[in-house]
Design a protein around this ligand. Structure first.
Ligand SMILES: [Mg+2]
Length: 272
């Protein structure tokens, strides 16, 4: 028996980039629940942000936070039937801890005077204003465990230098929709996909799984490359990602409308 699992990015795909709205996707979210197709959120957002959003989406599945730095699984998800929405969550850390990353960043700033603002430097009201989030969500966005989000204010040349310095400390820079993320070299959204796939396979050894990934930006590449069928949602600005996968799906619309379009095309193609 083969089961479909959908891994999805959030910002500028399932969630509108500027308004944070995902209401156009609600009927499809309901439909996936009705069809018992697991929708796995795989985002650069933090654990508390994702716990909040998945509740609003009535999503009871595991999820990847902070670009794959942390994978959260409702306890008993892989051993029992349907779990409650507020079920206790177990976190597996696939990256370095936040304190170690902030220490490395401080050391680099002292040595090289790079110019950027990190989430740690933002006050809650300033972060809320910058991201168009509520104060409550900005508090959650500052609650990080394994990556730092930053707005780069320096030159491109400095960024190349910065990336070289990060590499010497087993860190790297990932570009998201709005922020850059400093994260462990060994963590990315593809790692979260492998981790969760492994758990599905182990829990259901006689079943096979067909995986779909949905994303719009560079930090989604590891996710899109780790699945059987990638879906590229048209980004709000700039060129869409161009994948080598011969059967990749590209949407014409962006944001939640593009996300719905992509999922519809997947269900149609798989006759589900
Ligand atoms: Mg995105």
């Amino acid at each position: 028996m083969s089961h479909l699992i959908i891994y999805t990015d959030l910002d500028a795909t399932l969630i509108e980039h500027t308004t944070q709205d995902f209401t156009p996707a609600l009927p499809m979210l309901k439909e996936l629940n009705r069809k018992a197709i697991p929708l796995i959120l795989n985002s650069s957002r933090t654990v508390p942000e994702l716990l909040h959003l998945r509740k609003e989406m009535d999503n009871r599945h595991p999820f990847g936070a902070e670009n794959g730095g942390a994978v959260c699984t409702p306890v008993a998800y892989f051993s029992g039937p349907q779990v409650a929405l507020d079920h206790e969550i177990k976190i597996d850390y696939l990256g370095l801890n936040y304190k170690a990353i902030l220490e490395a960043l401080q050391e680099l700033k002292d040595l090289h005077d790079f110019s950027y603002i990190g989430t740690n430097d933002f006050s809650v009201p300033n972060l809320a204003e910058e991201t168009n989030m509520s104060l409550e969500m900005a508090i959650k966005a500052k609650s990080r465990v394994c990556s730092e989000a930053l707005l780069w204010l320096d030159s491109k040349e400095s960024m190349i230098h910065f990336e070289g310095q990060l590499a010497e400390r087993n860190l790297r820079l990932i570009k998201g929709g709005r922020f850059y993320y400093v994260i462990s070299k060994r963590a990315d959204k593809g790692g979260a996909v492998s981790w969760i796939n492994f758990n599905f396979a182990e829990a259901h050894p006689s079943d096979s799984f067909f995986t779909v990934g949905i994303g719009d930006s560079l930090n989604d590449l590891p996710l899109l490359k780790s699945v059987d069928l990638p879906v590229v949602v048209k980004p709000p600005r700039g060129e869409a990602l161009n994948l080598a996968h011969p059967k990749a799906i590209y949407t014409e619309q962006s944001g939640p409308l593009g996300w719905v379009e992509g999922v519809e095309k997947v269900l149609e193609r798989l006759k589900l």
